[in-house]
Design a protein around this ligand. Structure first.
Ligand SMILES: Nc1ncnc2c1ncn2[C@@H]1O[C@H](COP(=O)(O)OP(=O)(O)OP(=O)(O)O)[C@@H](O)[C@H]1O
Length: 234
């Protein structure tokens, strides 16, 4: 089956509004990002960076506007994404790593392969992905026995195996040492070079410098702000 990232595509966010309990986080938020790049989502604490990633990743509903990528398009009142979208398109690198703690590494890494590739050959694929993140031989380790940095490496190995088209990374290096943070950015850049669109929420100038696009949120959210060009494209 053709993957979304096999041809160039665009993430288009149009006139997006998000409220929590009557409080508007942003409204009229619009931007586009092409595939094949890393884009940083910046803004002060509370400006809605994580919320934006959750909305684009279809984990959170929106109150107005549209989010489109490739053939997929979602707005207020849309049915949540089909399993196919989560299985074939979206990939997440979040601060809680999103791993099943009681399972071993191998079982966690088999999950993205399920239904997409023959299990035959998966042992070699898992070995190669673990080698890429410096965790070769960790197949039988249980997740809860690993350090935070090691768990993030396993989450990275999962991305390497899954090769998602649209990757949402929420402050992916904030809890990591220099070496692990470097590895995270290296692998995200590789995924972008392979055609994925990588959206990274961050407070780090160093990460922003590595991104081709910046989606800048600020504390003031209004239609006027969005119209005035809240989104800076490099
Ligand atoms: N599920 C929720 N229910 C109610 N309010 C929420 C919910 N999730 C987030 N918020 C509020 O929405 C606002 C934006 O939160 P968000 O975590 O998206 O900001 P952020 O820019 O990622 O912040 P930080 O840089 O501190 O991580 C905050 O005021 C937060 O309290």
């Amino acid at each position: 089956m053709a993957r979304l990232k096999d041809a160039p595509f665009e993430l288009a966010v149009r006139d997006l509004t998000k409220t929590f309990g009557g409080r508007t986080i942003w409204s009229g938020l619009s931007f586009t990002v092409p595939s094949g790049v890393m884009a940083a989502v910046t803004g002060p604490s509370g400006s809605g960076k994580t919320t934006l990633l959750n909305c684009v990743g279809l984990l959170e509903s929106v109150d107005g506007g549209r989010i489109s990528f490739g053939e997929w398009s979602f707005g207020a009142g849309s049915q949540m994404a089909s399993r196919a979208c989560f299985r074939d398109v979206l990939g997440f690198l979040f601060q809680n790593y999103g791993l099943v703690e009681q399972w071993d590494v191998r079982r966690n890494l088999l999950l993205p392969l399920h239904g997409r590739r023959q299990r035959r050959g998966s042992a070699q694929a898992i070995d190669a992905a673990l080698a890429r993140v410096g965790m070769r031989g960790a197949e039988k380790e249980r997740i809860y026995t690993l350090s935070g940095g090691e768990q993030q490496r396993i989450a990275l190995a999962r991305l390497v195996l899954k090769e998602p088209s649209l990757i949402l990374a929420d402050e992916p290096t904030s809890a990591l040492d220099h070496a692990n943070a470097g590895l995270v950015m290296e692998i995200l850049a590789e995924q972008a070079q392979a055609g994925a669109l990588v959206l990274i929420s961050t407070h780090s100038d160093r990460i922003v410098q590595q991104c081709a696009h910046v989606v800048a949120l600020d504390a003031v959210t209004s239609q006027a702000r969005a119209d005035a060009g809240a989104v800076a494209h490099r």
